[in-house]
Design a protein around this ligand. Structure first.
Ligand SMILES: [Cu+2]
Length: 458
């Protein structure tokens, strides 16, 4: 009795003349569902429309007009990751609005921008670990016109444990930790805090992967979303070369890749040509530093599906910014000088499992900015773990990595590896009070969170 959730509309639908839906309010419901992992049922959260569709797909120019119904018996809510709404509609409890109580609903209405591959997830407690996440796609007019089949894949990390227990165990001092003297100074880089039981691609493991029917020799557009709570992935296209066309939904000068790093909460769109040989094509995501992997299969007509093991022969390497250095925004920020540069020290005490962000070297202080300014955030990672850093309500451009200036990608989340300094810039054009944090759920829960606050909102 396992319910499969339906897919987002693919290109086949995009090519049909659809009835005009702009201006119609959509409903998203929070509920639960049963998925199957290793042959065993697991009850987890669900975000769906009344039709059963998972998440939401809009078109460029649409209004994000959504009624969110909390059908759960617990307080919850949704954040629209990567969209830049007015701050009161950002879905971050206690920052943008009160959380959504059980049985209550909330309405959201704002222009669905920027376009591209976004996603939605709970920002309340540790619910994201229990899979309270879904795709949120604003299809670019160019993507619709291209007629390419779209394949949306949301990757997740899965544990049979209650996330509260996972967090409790992380915060429990261990012998190794206490022998390290409580300092992270000489610790080796640590890639993963949580030993997961499985990685999922659209809720499924490679024991029973989702299979997408594709045409032989056709180009498809992969919209890949790292919706994991705390796992960075390496996307693996095997022998095939794909073309990266957007990161975090924002267009970049295309680059060819066989592998591509996808840190927690990041997205990448890759255009991939299905070979003419008629063979099935796996699209895999392997955990950073791990052999455990997940993925989906693209199947041309008549192709046999060879089983892909959920353990790879080789572990994925630690994520670096080598690819980030190659990325260049197709729609960069307009050239202008920085008005305000804000140093942000990423700090941690691994033994106590306390993480932090010290703005202007003051722990807990918000970053104060003013409307109209060009802002620069200078994130210096003094810890031995990488941190996927996410700013709400704005799209920033990566401008410098370890002293090397670049006209990098426009993103909403950038990975800051150990002993690395990353500079990003954005325009203060969305007044309010915004969350700014590490997107590793357990780092966030352990304190790696601050706010960016516009003058007048303090
Ligand atoms: Cu972190």
């Amino acid at each position: 009795m396992v319910r499969r959730r339906p897919l987002l509309a693919g290109a086949a639908c995009a090519l049909l003349p659809l009835p005009a839906t702009a201006g119609e309010q959509k409903t998203l419901q929070l509920g639960t569902r049963v998925i199957e992992v290793d042959g065993k049922p697991a009850t987890r959260y669900r975000v769906s429309q009344p039709s059963g569709d998972w998440g939401l797909a809009l078109d460029e120019g649409d209004t994000f007009d959504v009624r969110l119904v909390n059908g759960l018996s617990v307080t919850s809510g949704l954040h629209w990751h990567g969209l830049n709404p007015p701050w009161r509609q950002d879905g971050v409890p206690y920052i943008s609005a009160p959380p959504l109580l059980a049985g209550k609903q909330a309405e959201y209405k704002f222009p669905a921008q920027p376009t591209g591959t976004r996603w939605m997830h709970s920002h309340f407690g540790l619910q994201e670990q229990d899979l309270l996440a879904a795709p949120l796609i604003v299809r670019e007019t160019s993507a619709i016109k291209s007629g390419l089949q779209e394949i949306v894949v949301l990757f997740e990390d899965f544990t049979w444990k209650n996330p509260a227990l996972v967090f409790e165990e992380l915060r429990k001092p261990t012998m190794t930790m206490s022998m390290s003297g409580g300092s992270m100074g000489d610790a080796r880089a640590d890639l993963n805090d949580v030993p997961y039981d499985a990685f999922l691609a659209n809720d499924r493991t490679l024991a029973d992967p989702q299979v997408f029917d594709v045409d032989k020799g056709a180009e498809v557009r992969l919209r890949l979303i790292n919706g994991a709570a705390s796992t960075n992935f390496m996307i693996d296209l095997g022998p095939l070369e794909g073309t990266v066309v957007t990161v975090d939904g924002n267009p970049v000068v295309p680059i060819k890749v066989r592998e591509f790093p996808l840190a927690v909460s990041q997205r990448v769109d890759i255009v991939l040509r299905v070979p003419d040989d008629g063979k099935a094509v796996p699209v895999l995501a392997r955990g950073e530093g791990l052999t455990m992997q997940t993925g989906v299969i693209l199947r041309p007509p008549g192709a046999a599906i060879a089983k892909v093991m959920d353990v790879a022969a080789m572990a994925a390497p630690a994520l670096t910014l080598a690819d980030e250095l190659k990325l260049s925004a197709l729609q960069p920020l307009p050239a202008r000088p920085v008005d305000r540069s804000i140093p942000v020290a990423l700090t941690g005490d691994m033994a106590a499992y306390i993480w932090g962000m010290a703005v202007h070297d003051q722990g807990g202080a918000p970053a104060i900015i003013a409307k109209g300014e060009r802002i620069e955030l200078v994130m210096r990672n003094a810890t031995m773990m990488a941190h996927p850093m996410h700013l709400h309500g704005h799209s920033f451009q990566v401008t410098e990595i370890n002293g090397r200036a670049i006209a990098g990608a426009v993103r909403d989340t950038v990975l800051v590896p150990p002993r690395t300094t990353v500079k990003v810039a954005f325009d203060a054009d969305n007044p309010g009070l915004w969350a700014y944090h590490c997107h590793n759920l357990y780092h966030l829960a352990a304190g790696m969170f601050t706010t960016v606050v516009y003058e007048g909102f303090t």
